[in-house]
Design a protein around this ligand. Structure first.
Ligand SMILES: [Zn+2]
Length: 283
């Protein structure tokens, strides 16, 4: 009887093995971590890279390229946008004819709320200002599309080593109306304090904007950008290559700001990413 049971289970295991085994020429895809909050970054990791030629990942309507991370692996840096609804999302990785799927779960996250009361004339923009804001929003949107080669060098660092005064994702309600979500972090700073490049890359914008004041954007390649707002002045120019840790500007209170601080943002393509969790990525 015992022998029959053993034989039965052996057969069962064999069947299961055949059903679930991946072909010998398959590459493996995993996400790290497997569950994120809206605004969190994550990595798509390919192991047995030698079996994947020119891999590309697709997630939430965006396309991600891979960089090698060791002998036989590659990673793509992705992010769940702040506006992404909770749920399970499919990630497709293609390499020539071969396809692999992975999933990422976005957990429910209730944002902190910041209520602000302002005189109505401070909230309503003139038609001229509205046109300017729209033009500048389009200017920024166009930046996130560019996908240069990888320029970053290891993990990213905070541009200013001071206390964070407003966290990422805070919902701002001005005069009882939801106006916006905070798509970066505010770091305290003294007027004129040096702001460092979070990583190596190329300056793709150094311009005075209506809301952001003196705003600087660095492209780090593969669709990753860091954004520095309300600067007193710039320490570099558009088109310049910068190294990680180099001073690129000085803390100020330009644009819509109530005191000297740095608004620091991270974009992965057009997704707004939590800079704090992004700095923790091992790259
Ligand atoms: Zn801010």
């Amino acid at each position: 009887m015992m022998r029959v049971i053993v034989l039965f289970f052996s057969l069962l295991l064999l069947c299961a093995g055949t059903l679930f085994a991946t072909p010998a020429d398959a590459f493996q895809v995993t996400t790290d971590p497997q569950t994120v909050s809206p605004g969190d970054p994550f990595l798509i990791r390919i192991t047995e890279l030698s079996k994947a030629r020119h891999p590309v990942a697709f997630f939430a309507g965006r396309k991600f390229m891979f960089v090698t991370c060791g002998d036989d692996c590659a990673i793509a840096v992705c992010a769940a946008d702040l506006a992404l609804k909770p749920g399970k999302y499919r990630i497709m990785v293609t390499a020539g004819e071969r396809k692999r799927r992975a999933t990422i779960t976005v957990r429910r996250h209730a944002p902190a709320v910041m209520r602000i009361t302002l005189p109505p004339d401070k909230v309503t923009l003139s038609p001229d200002d509205m046109r300017r804001v729209e033009r500048e929003e389009n200017l920024l949107k166009a930046l996130w599309i560019e996908q240069a080669e990888k320029m970053w060098d290891g993990s990213f660092l905070l541009p200013l080593q001071n206390e964070v005064s407003t966290q990422f994702g805070v919902k701002r309600v001005i005069n009882n109306k939801t106006v916006s979500f905070h798509r970066g972090i505010d770091i305290r700073g003294k007027e004129g304090e040096g702001v460092r490049a979070s990583n190596s890359g190329r300056v793709v914008l150094a311009e005075e904007l209506y809301f952001g004041g003196n705003t600087l954007v660095i492209a780090h390649g593969m669709g990753i950008f860091t954004v520095y707002m309300h600067l007193d002045s710039f320490g570099t120019n558009k088109g310049k290559n910068v190294s990680k840790g180099e001073i690129i500007g000085f803390v100020g209170s330009t644009g819509r700001s109530t005191g000297p601080h740095l608004h620091f943002g991270v974009k992965v393509q057009d997704a707004s990413v939590n800079p704090v969790t992004f700095m923790e990525l091992k790259l």
